[in-house]
Ligand binder design. Structure first.
Ligand SMILES: NC(=O)c1ccc[n+]([C@@H]2O[C@H](COP(=O)([O-])OP(=O)(O)OC[C@H]3O[C@@H](n4cnc5c(N)ncnc54)[C@H](O)[C@@H]3O)[C@@H](O)[C@H]2O)c1
Length: 308
């Protein structure tokens, strides 16, 4: 099956690389507006095929969406990333226009497409795609929770001084420095709650480092990260194309779930061939419920800046 990735920059190229390397898609089309850029990235990636042993065909185009026709999944990474000291929310002015235009082009050539939104501020960009694409809500998925949960597990393993494969955990709510909600109450090491091993201070440290995980990398790299974002997207695309029905936290349009409506926020969902197969309603503590509501309020304020 065919996958389009719009934006052949750091994150888009990383998405294409991981999708191709995992060898589950027949074709990946990279699209960018920078003349020749997507074509160059695609050619470079294709020259790794014999080395890395994949058969996925990767091609690139400068803005010719007819090449994306018939895509089962499209990933939107086009737009500007943040610089050190910036919040994701500050990107809205430029990225909203790009995401709206790209969405229209994608849907025109692939009316059945499932869209994964990566561009920031992601929860608001996912909301924009809902409002402008005409696609059913199961076909629009914001990618944030998959990445933030991976960063949570990284920090948990560090604090527990154990292999990452020993830990499990999930981050829901907003994809922002303040609105992320790492579910410490549900995090485990081989099924044992992490509270058995980490005191309150260590738990608070893990939570805080998870929430600013993106900002920490932006400060180190001078731009936002790409390896883990690309890998997180590839896990989502894999679950869709192979109908794996994995439970992955994604930013989805809520209609009463978790007490919220008409907003995209990170919640656990079953991801399969129809995109969002089901939103999973899990129990939250009173404190978690309050944090979820506070995150929703902040995202709603950012959504208020959108012009349709
Ligand atoms: N949701 C997440 O978890 C997450 C994680 C990392 C980055 N991001 C976001 O992803 C976006 C991309 O980040 P990046 O580091 O890859 O940036 P980048 O600058 O490396 O790449 C962006 C690419 O988009 C292209 N582009 C711009 N306008 C376009 C258009 N109209 N059509 C096609 N292509 C267009 C640019 O030419 C550029 O190549 C940013 O908004 C960033 O904040 C999100």
């Amino acid at each position: 099956m065919k996958v389009t990735v719009v934006g052949a920059g750091a994150v888009g190229a990383s998405c294409a690389e991981y999708i191709a390397m995992k060898n589950f898609a027949s074709e990946v089309v990279l699209v960018d507006i920078k003349e020749g850029f997507a074509e160059g990235k695609a050619m470079d990636l294709m020259q790794t095929a014999s080395l890395n042993g994949f058969d996925t065909r990767v091609s690139g185009t400068t803005g010719d969406y007819s090449k994306t026709a018939g895509s089962a999944v499209a990933v939107i990474t086009s737009g500007i990333p943040r610089k050190p000291g910036m919040t994701r929310e500050e990107l809205i002015g430029i990225n909203a226009g790009i995401v709206k235009e790209v969405t229209a082009n994608l849907v025109k050539h692939s009316p059945e497409v499932i869209i994964i939104v990566v561009s920031n501020p992601m929860d608001t960009m996912a909301y924009l795609v809902h409002k402008t694409s005409g696609l059913p809500k199961n076909k629009i998925i914001g990618m944030g929770g998959a990445l933030d949960s991976a960063r949570f597990k990284y920090r948990l393993a560090e604090a527990l001084d154990c292999p990452i494969s020993d830990v499990d955990g999930m981050v829901i709510a907003a994809h922002s420095d303040t609105g992320m909600l790492p579910l410490m109450s549900k995090a485990t090491r081989n099924g044992v709650p992490v509270s058995e091993f980490l005191d309150a201070e260590k738990q608070a440290y893990v939570e805080e480092e998870t929430k600013v995980g993106g900002a920490t990398l932006t400060k180190l790299l001078g731009t936002s990260a790409w390896y883990a974002p690309g890998a997180a997207v590839s896990v989502l695309v894999h679950s869709i194309l192979c109908d794996q029905k994995k439970m992955i936290p994604c930013s989805l349009m809520l209609d009463g779930e978790y007490g919220e409506s008409d907003i995209c926020l990170g919640v656990p969902a079953i991801i399969g061939k129809n995109g969002v197969e089901k939103i999973v309603d899990i129990s939250l503590t009173d404190e978690e419920k309050e944090k979820f509501a506070t995150a929703a309020k902040a995202v709603r304020e950012v959504n208020g800046d959108l012009k349709f």
